[in-house]
Design a protein. Structure first.
Ligand code: ATP
Ligand code: ATP
Ligand code: MG
Ligand code: MG
Lengths: 210, 614, 253
């Protein structure tokens, strides 16, 4: 990951603030997921073999970081970088047993999530775009998982695909927009591209008197 | 780029600097020239733009925080507009307010070595420099530690070492001592002095707790030059400390600035700063101060009053990482054997060193952390946590106050009343995250008090507020007690404790070591030491002169009233705006954007009194 | 210092990736079992992971593995070994399931060995020196590591702050639904984003940029690492060869 990845030659490298934001998104969602899984574990054990399938329903949650980062930072490559950083957090800091192969999944997820936004030249952020982003992220990574876990040739292949795609749309796409909109309202994003885009649409603020 | 002519010798040359942030807040125009080694203190009420000014000086505004900036800042011959923040790191050292985010890496030595590595210092030279910087910051013993196991004071020392390790020519310090106990403040003070001595750096300092930082040296322990910002970010004074203090003392007090005690006393009682006879005037004030609370409703000691919350043999603590129900070593209690009672109508202060367990105890008393031993019995208390942002759960200010109440017209009426009481009615539809720190603090109080819990636990309720904000919050707490509730607050500011508390609980060494009245605390050096509190000169004088804790409080209230507002009684502040306000009360352009200051409710209008620059 | 701790993190990471990729090409349970045993040995004696910790670290892989095995055994078409009602266990399903479960175990134990012998700081420093990772990304990640350490405490504070106003349930404790959880999660996110801006500013004001920098305590790369790489690749080749030669024509099963 060298500076300026995806930034194009003429563009400036990503600001440090944006990089740290992506890391922090990975850290917080990684932590929340961990906290959720702690609560979930008992349930998964109870479900036994169905646990393998039940995981698909939550898969979309892993896709969240990319669309959120893209919508906030609005630069090419951000989706992929954000997913890769999140996977590093996942493996190296949280000790995820998936190991380095998670990076491959992250690359694919990021790529899939990013495509719809790239097509909109990072200027359009409607609901449909988020939904497609989640869908693409989920299906790209599905191909890889199917290869890795030998799902091809299983009876439940189609069921798996449908579950993961639906989860991708809802948790990995639409939920991302809900989160971004809520964050935007709080004003914490004012210093990032999303906040500046909103500021550019308003008339120039005059300095207010005391 | 070299600055021309006479500026060549200056470390910092600011010309016509004006910055307007996205929200419309701004600072400037500022003109400032700092010779090598010169020290400046920046004063101003909360939200005046002190932090923004510091950020302009090392390029964070506009390189990292978007803003429209005009004018020029030149540091050691480099124009800040053309250099990024990182490119100035060899000449500017920065120490920010929040120790938690001022230290970025997990290992103390790595953290201090980091700036040198970034500057390309040869590795062989880094080790000795790190050791020297840690030594100068009084943190040599921390060298091998991990940063996630350090207290706030220790973190701040490490951050200071990292700020000075590259021997910068300009040091920018933004409230380096907030939230620290007296030992932490003393450590920062010593570290600052050592760092300035060894590097000869010029220094721009923003600080609220001036007396704590100055130590026994009084005003002489602070930078010799003061720059004062008005509430809207304009420079109203710039000059030698003594002159600014003499010319503008009363006005600054009325604006809500924190001032060194000597200056405040001179402004409130007349006479020269630290001049002779000050002590006598304080003592005279102590003997003539009118009783603040009417007889009968006062309850310094009230054995007859009902006990609302009682803890017996309480031991509190958290497991490593807060895990429960796991095997492994049982969590070591932070506090044990705590017996305490909170009675209706009293304000109790809880004091102790950083990390003594104050917040943990409050969480346990609130029933949110199961005790490791012992019991808590009584009504369900309310809790206001240290960082108001952690409590926010609603989308708008009004919704925030309504959280946890059943929906309905009755609730709406209560919410409206609470908003009006805390001067938040004009902000009802705003996102609570967009409020200033002072506004958020009032909101968190409003949102808790609307639940009408008989006991209120408040964790560091005055942290980061200016004088008006502090007075407003203390006033609310006193009001609650007068209305028959019990209040328990934690605080590192002894004067605030003395001016509001009926009783003080001292925790040290994992135990509750004392339950005294404020006067008893101020008079007992061993207790003060255990609580890591240092009384200022004013408190020491008063402690000798007054007869009991009630008189101590009366004297402090009288002093506050002389200073332009009353800490204990919002009603009094409401009644005296004319006395407090030499200028015209500001007409805020937009309701939400008025600076965070002032007493609750109508008293607000008297708070951020704008004073035209002379 | 354990033998693996003394080795260069970038080299270890590359080897772990190599092992992971090789297992992806394997569908032979016997070879995978052998690799798993070697991985356990590496974790136990190479990285010094205590037996108890090693065992605990295996639990999630085993439970995941059992799930994978069952799903495959039940859902894969092929020669039925056992059939009862709607369920039938196939031979192919069992073999493939076992291999897939074992893949996870091999990669998992390798990751445990890697993480137990590699402090994050050393990994990042080594990656900037030996894999040309930009220091801005490396130190942003390390700052993230420090923030992560503080999150459990912050989470506890936020939960407490929000539960205090929650209405009480029938058991007398604050009611705690998923909405409350989501609100706390959002508060944590907002606070962390604010913190991220301050951390980025702190890093930048200490001179972090993409330019050249020196390293105070560098992570060495030397002959020992070459030996480790050679050794691992050699053993891997041996195991694969043995698996191919010894395997009976129709597979082990
Ligand atoms: N990043 C930002 N974007 C927009 N407005 C900001 C930003 N940071 C601060 N402000 C606003 O600018 C004004 C000045 O803030 P600043 O933090 O400089 O005040 P301050 O004098 O340091 O106050 P305090 O004593 O409370 O720290 C405030 O009204 C604040 O709300
Ligand atoms: N959630 C937590 N998990 C683990 N340890 C904690 C947690 N919260 C606090 N601690 C530890 O418990 C001890 C007491 O902390 P606490 O926050 O109660 O101190 P305090 O008296 O409030 O200090 P301060 O004056 O700095 O606010 C400290 O050593 C702290 O490191
Ligand atoms: Mg400030
Ligand atoms: Mg505390």
């Amino acid at each position: 990951m060298a500076d300026g990845v995806g930034g194009g030659r003429r563009r400036e490298p990503l600001a440090l603030k944006d990089i740290v934001l992506m890391v922090v998104l990975g850290v917080v969602f990684g932590f929340l997921y961990w906290a959720l899984v702690q609560a979930w574990n008992g349930l998964a054990v109870l479900m036994g073999p169905a646990g393998d399938l039940a995981q698909h329903v939550l898969l979309g949650g892993w896709l969240l970081v990319a669309p959120i980062a893209i919508a906030i930072i609005r630069r090419p490559g951000v989706g992929v970088i954000a997913e890769v950083l999140a996977s590093v957090v996942e493996v190296v800091f949280l000790g995820s047993p998936v190991g380095p192969l998670l990076l491959v999944a992250a690359l694919l997820q990021g790529l899939g999530s990013e495509i719809p936004f790239a097509l909109g030249r990072y200027r359009r952020f409607g609901w449909a775009r988020f939904a497609v982003s989640g869908l693409l992220g989920a299906t790209l990574v599905f191909a890889w998982s199917a290869f890795r876990f030998g799902w091809f040739g299983q009876d439940v292949l189609v069921l798996r695909l449908v579950l993961q795609a639906a989860s991708g749309v809802v948790l990995g796409g639409l939920l991302a927009k809900v989160v971004v909109d809520a964050l935007h309202r709080t004003g914490v994003l004012d210093g990032f591209a999303i906040g500046r885009a909103a500021a550019a649409e308003r008339p120039v603020v005059q300095r207010r008197a005391g | 780029m070299l600055a021309e002519g006479g500026a060549a010798g200056a470390v910092l040359q600011v010309t016509g600097l004006e910055a307007v942030l996205d929200g419309g807040a701004g600072v400037g125009p500022v003109d400032l020239r700092l010779a090598p080694g010169e020290q400046v203190l920046v004063l101003g009420p909360s939200g005046a733009g002190k932090s923004t000014l510091l950020r302009c000086l090392h390029g964070a505004v506009p390189h990292a925080v978007p803003a429209r900036v005009s004018g020029e800042v030149v540091v050691a011959g480099r124009a800040v507009a053309e250099h990024g923040v990182a490119a100035l790191a060899d000449v500017v050292g920065v120490l920010a307010q929040d120790p938690e985010t001022g230290v970025c890496l997990s290992d103390v030595a790595d953290e201090v070595a980091f700036p040198l590595e970034n500057l390309g210092t040869p590795p062989a030279a880094i080790g000795p420099a790190v050791a020297a910087a840690l030594g100068a910051a009084g943190a040599a013993h921390l060298a091998g530690r991990r940063t996630d196991a350090l207290s706030g004071g220790e973190l701040q020392r490490v951050a200071l070492a990292a700020a000075v390790v590259a021997r910068p020519r300009l040091l920018l310090l933004d409230e380096p001592t907030s939230l620290l106990d007296a030992d932490g403040v003393a450590a920062v003070r010593a570290a600052l002095a050592a760092a300035r001595e060894s590097t000869g750096a010029a220094c721009v300092l923003v600080e609220h707790r001036l007396d704590a930082l100055a130590g026994d040296a009084g005003v002489a322990g602070l930078p010799g030059r003061w720059v004062v910002l008005s509430a809207d970010g304009r420079v109203t004074h710039d000059g030698p400390a003594a002159q600014v203090a003499r010319d503008a003392g009363p006005e600054l007090l009325a604006r809500g600035c924190w001032l060194p005690e000597d200056v405040e006393l001179a402004a409130a009682l007349g006479g020269a700063v630290a001049g002779p006879g000050l002590r006598d005037r304080v003592l005279a004030l102590a003997s003539t101060a009118p009783p603040a609370r009417g007889a009968g409703c006062d309850g310094v000691t009230g054995p007859r009053r009902e006990v609302l919350l009682a803890a017996r043999g309480l031991a509190v603590g958290r497991g490593p990482r807060g895990r429960r129900g796991r095997r492994g070593p049982a969590p070591e209690p932070v506090l044990r054997g705590v017996d305490l009672e909170l009675r209706a109508g009293e304000v109790v202060a809880l004091v102790g060193a950083n990390g003594a367990g104050k917040s943990t105890l409050l969480t346990s008393l609130a029933g949110l952390l199961p005790p490791l031993a012992g019991t808590v019995a009584g009504v369900r208390p309310g809790l206001v946590v240290q960082n108001p942002e952690h409590q926010l759960a609603g989308r708008t200010v009004a919704a925030e106050v309504a959280v946890g109440l059943p929906p309905g017209p009755a609730t709406d009426a209560r919410v409206a009343a609470a908003l009006a009481r805390f001067g938040l009615a004009g902000l009802a539809d705003r996102d609570p995250h967009r409020l200033s720190g002072g506004e958020q603090r009032r909101l968190s109080l409003a949102a808790m008090l609307v639940h009408d819990r008989p006991v209120l636990l408040a964790d560091e309720p005055t942290f980061g507020l200016d004088r008006h904000g502090t007075a407003a919050v203390l006033g609310v707490l006193a009001d609650e007690a007068r209305a028959g509730r019990a209040v328990l607050l934690t605080c590192h500011d002894l004067r605030a404790v003395a001016s509001v508390a009926d009783r003080v609980l001292v925790i040290a060494d994992g135990r509750l070591v004392a339950d005294v009245d404020p006067l008893g605390l101020v008079r007992d050096p061993r207790l003060l030491d255990a609580a890591r509190l240092r009384p200022s000169r004013l408190l020491r004088w008063l402690a000798v002169a007054v007869a009991d804790a009630g008189r101590l409080r009366d004297a402090l209230a009288a002093l506050d009233a002389r200073g332009g507002f009353a800490a204990r009684d919002p009603g009094a502040a409401r009644a005296t705006p004319a006395a407090a306000d030499p200028g015209v009360a500001p007409v805020a352009g937009e309701p939400g954007v008025a600076p965070a200051a002032g007493a609750p409710g109508a008293a607000l209008a008297a708070g951020p009194a704008e004073v035209p620059a002379p | 210092m354990t033998p693996l701790e003394a080795r260069n993190p970038t080299v270890k990471l590359l080897l772990l990736v190599a092992v992971s990729l090789v297992t992806l090409a394997l569908l032979d349970p016997a070879t995978l079992v052998l690799l798993y045993l070697l991985g356990l040995a590496a974790a136990r004696w190479g990285a010094g992971v205590g037996p108890r910790r090693l065992l605990l670290a295996q639990v999630p892989f085993w439970s995941f593995g059992v799930g994978v095995l069952l799903v495959n055994a039940l859902s894969r078409p092929g020669e039925a070994l056992v059939a009862g009602g709607p369920f039938r266990v196939t031979h192919e399903g069992l073999v493939v399931g076992a291999a897939l479960a074992l893949r996870g175990l091999v990669i998992g134990v390798g990751t445990v060995a890697f993480l137990a012998s590699t402090p994050p700081r050393d990994l990042m420093v080594s990656l900037t020196r030996h894999a040309r990772l930009s220091p801005r990304y490396a130190y942003a990640l390390l700052a993230g590591h420090r923030m992560l350490a503080g999150l459990p405490r912050q989470w506890a504070t936020i939960r407490a702050a929000q539960r205090v106003r929650a209405p009480l349930g029938r058991d007398g404790r604050p009611r705690d639904g998923w909405r409350a959880w989501a609100r706390s999660a959002f508060a944590l996110l907002v606070a962390s984003i604010r913190a991220s801006e301050r951390v980025a500013l702190a890093l930048e004001s200490r001179g972090l940029s993409a330019g050249p920098r020196s390293v105070w305590r560098p992570v060495p790369l030397g002959a020992g690492d070459a030996a480790l790489a050679g050794g691992v690749v050699g053993v891997l080749a041996l195991v694969l060869a043995a698996g191919a030669v010894l395997a009976p024509a129709g597979g082990w099963w």
